[in-house]
Design a protein around this ligand. Structure first.
Ligand code: MN
Length: 274
């Protein structure tokens, strides 16, 4: 499946605490293209945020969670000190799969804490001048997403109508704008699907213009106060932490538990520093 990775990139590792942004599809589903088929694998130190525009994905994890996520619904998994999960497009699914998977780096205060999973079937929708914003994480005006976030963040899916919209921005946030299904002009700069615009902290708003109905993802947050170290599915601060997590996963440690999934467990690759 074609995946566009907007974060991390050379020269831009994070936007707020958002440290990973994959945009997949739209991919027509068939026997040869069964959609998302990701077997059990571990995470530490991050939250996964799964948001679909089309299709459905079954999430299972080592806490015993089993949750189908559909367009308009949000899955948020908090890894803390360790969790494992699998993600699978259900067999026999028709149509297309299209969505994003985002990671949020957990701060020091929560990154060694307990894992958790939450599903939000309904999210607040905020009317804009020429469209509406669904709040995945954080707040716009008086509306706030129910999703748990340990740092000040914004994640919003804008459904824009043709014309010009102005989105107010928190001046203490840095932001990224990612077109999901068509081009968008961001403060005068045209962007195609697969591109992203970064708006540094200090901007009070952003002007978004689309020629046709378009979905646009906006991510924002206060700049991370400390550098993070990302490797494979782990977000940490030191190589030693990553080495330990890798060894624990490879050893089948109870740290990561077990996941009920018909898919095979994914082994960790070797780290580049050993
Ligand atoms: Mn994962």
């Amino acid at each position: 499946m074609a995946v566009r990775r907007s974060l991390p990139r050379h020269g831009r590792r994070t936007v707020g605490a958002w440290c990973f942004a994959d945009h997949f599809g739209p991919q027509p589903l068939s026997g040869a293209h069964p959609g998302m088929q990701v077997g059990p694998h571990p995470h530490i130190g991050l939250q996964t945020v799964t948001w679909l525009l089309e299709g459905e994905v079954l999430h299972t994890d080592s806490l015993g969670s089993e949750q189908l996520v559909r367009p308009g619904q949000l899955n948020v998994m908090t890894a803390g000190g360790g969790i494992a999960h699998a993600e699978q497009t259900p067999g026999g699914s028709a149509g297309r799969i299209h969505g994003v998977q985002l990671w949020v780096a957990q701060p020091e205060a929560t990154r060694h804490g307990s894992p958790a999973f939450e599903h939000h079937p309904v999210l607040p929708v905020v009317e804009l001048g020429h469209g509406a914003a669904t709040l995945l994480v954080g707040a716009l005006g008086d509306d706030r997403s129910p999703a748990t976030a340990a740092t000040e963040l914004l994640g919003a899916d804008l459904a824009l109508r043709p014309g010009v919209s102005r989105l107010p921005l928190r001046t203490d946030f840095e932001h990224a704008v990612l077109p999901l299904d068509g081009p968008v002009t961001v403060d005068g700069t045209p962007l195609a699907v697969g591109q992203a615009a970064v708006i540094e902290a200090g901007a009070g708003d952003v002007e978004l213009s689309v020629p046709a109905p378009t979905r646009v993802l906006v991510l924002g947050g206060t700049p991370l106060p400390e550098p993070i170290l990302m490797w494979w599915n782990f977000v940490a601060r030191t190589r030693a932490e990553i080495d330990e997590a890798r060894a624990d996963w490879e050893a089948g440690s109870p740290r990561f538990g077990t996941v009920a999934s018909p898919l095979g467990r994914i082994g960790a690759p070797g780290t580049p520093w050993r």
